[in-house]
Design a protein around this ligand. Sequence first.
Ligand SMILES: CC(C)(COP(=O)(O)OP(=O)(O)OC[C@H]1O[C@@H](n2cnc3c(N)ncnc32)[C@H](O)[C@@H]1OP(=O)(O)O)[C@@H](O)C(=O)NCCC(=O)NCCS
Length: 154
Amino acid sequence: MSFPMLVLNARDAGRMGALHMRCFSDPWSAVSFRGLLLDSSIVSLGIEMGGELAAFVQAQTVAGEADILTIATGPEFRRRGLGTMLIRGLISRLGERGISRLTLEVAEDNGAARALYEAVGFTEDGRRPRYYTSGRELPADAVLMSMDLGLSQM
Ligand SMILES: CC(C)(COP(=O)(O)OP(=O)(O)OC[C@H]1O[C@@H](n2cnc3c(N)ncnc32)[C@H](O)[C@@H]1OP(=O)(O)O)[C@@H](O)C(=O)NCCC(=O)NCCS
């Protein structure tokens, strides 16, 4: 099943902040999201279910490439393909902007996100050792991943 994808705007900052808070131990504020939503280099896509913001992704475009800043699916909406749909939608929009490469970084202990990224075609480029410390007893490496959009299987 597919759901309509929304291009998010500054009016969505509050509900993005609320959803982020439910998905991360170190969430970004609605004020931070508002700033990002007003930045023309940022692409922000969301999916609503039952009128509620169920999932969203944000990426920043710089010099012909893009980097995923954050992606979140509400806990009650996970494993329904929303994260996959958002990344596919993002790739499609980035392609329209002539973006050739999409990058991201993910904590090595975030199994769900790494499985999602591998499933949609990202590959590992390298690591930043002990990069993530928040909410952990021991630091976790950042895994750097990328996808050449010309080669994506979307
Ligand atoms: C990571 C996240 C965005 C995935 O969203 P989602 O909407 O559940 O993703 P999808 O339903 O599209 O999952 C696609 C595939 O990813 C993999 N996957 C997703 N969650 C998984 C999990 N908990 N365990 C194992 N594999 C998982 C599976 O291969 C899945 O396909 P399947 O359900 O057919 O097996 C979501 O778990 C989340 O918001 N986590 C908290 C925030 C976060 O960590 N964001 C990423 C920061 S880098």
